[in-house]
Design a protein around this ligand. Structure first.
Ligand SMILES: NC(=O)c1ccc[n+]([C@@H]2O[C@H](COP(=O)([O-])OP(=O)(O)OC[C@H]3O[C@@H](n4cnc5c(N)ncnc54)[C@H](OP(=O)(O)O)[C@@H]3O)[C@@H](O)[C@H]2O)c1
Length: 231
């Protein structure tokens, strides 16, 4: 029986590359997307894929997505959090920019939190549940003027540690993936580094795929991936 993996943020960027790779690997995929119509236009036309509405700002959509997946495939073996947003909200944010901070917090932290909570029971039942979280190098060090983004990603790292600690005895293994710039829409407007010099989403998809093959005794908790030297 193929394993079932949920992927958020899978209609473009890193999540889309991972979905393509895992489909080729033979997994059953449950893809949570904000715009079902748009996603189906460019969809993987395949009986191995379930699409469901998922908006990180709407916790009820997380539970509905998980329930629909369990109903369709019978369980959940892995959850890959790729949904996320970037805002360049600085330390001394302007009046009104606090709205960006709320959105960063709710999408980048509370989204994965609600979704993990919804999928926890089936992941535990798997006995070898896997959670991969796309954090960022911005969850490990603060650089530039992206304070709001970094704060949300540091908090996400804390969530990852908590998931690892509380899931360990139930066979859940968590990996926090921390790339610097990746060649996706999110990196639009970054003129200091060329697209070719960024980490490529297909390479992250290979990593994600390899991580899923590892036994409970060999899954790394954290992978830091720099595309350029930082000292
Ligand atoms: N690209 C980088 O340089 C980089 C570096 C380090 C870490 N990361 C992290 O890696 C993850 C994936 O990034 P990416 O580069 O693939 O970004 P991306 O190309 O901008 O794609 C972001 C994905 O997140 C989804 N999303 C955004 N807001 C959402 C919401 N409220 N509910 C559900 N889905 C939502 C988007 O869906 P829609 O299409 O509906 O908008 C899209 O599928 C993010 O967490 C990001 O912070 C990225």
């Amino acid at each position: 029986m193929p394993k079932t993996i949920l992927i958020s943020g899978s209609n473009r960027g890193i999540g889309q590359s991972i979905a393509k790779q895992l489909l080729a690997d033979g997994y059953q995929l449950s893809l949570g997307v904000r715009d079902l119509y748009q996603s189906k236009e460019s969809s993987f036309d395949c009986s191995q894929v379930l699409y469901h509405r998922y908006d990180a700002l709407d916790p009820t959509s997380a539970l509905a997505w998980v329930n629909a997946t369990v109903k369709q495939w019978g369980g959940i073996d892995g959850l890959i959090h790729c949904a996320g947003i970037l805002r360049s909200t600085p330390l001394l944010f302007a009046d009104g920019e606090e709205l960006d901070l709320n959105t960063l917090w709710n999408v980048n932290l509370m989204g994965p939190w609600w979704l993990t909570r919804a999928a926890w029971k089936p992941l535990c039942s798997s006995g070898q549940g896997r959670i991969q979280v796309f954090v960022s190098m911005s969850g490990k060090r603060v650089k530039g003027r992206m304070t709001g983004y970094s704060v949300s990603k540091f908090a996400l790292m804390a969530l990852c540690q908590s998931m690892r600690n509380e899931g360990w005895e139930r066979g859940i293994r968590v990996t926090a993936l921390c790339p610097s710039w990746v060649n996706t829409d999110m990196a639009n407007g970054q003129s200091h580094i060329s697209r070719d010099a960024m980490t490529q989403p297909d390479d992250l998809a290979m990593l994600s795929s390899n991580l899923l093959t590892l036994p409970n005794t060999a899954v790394p908790f954290e992978l830091a991936l720099n595309c350029s030297l930082e000292i």
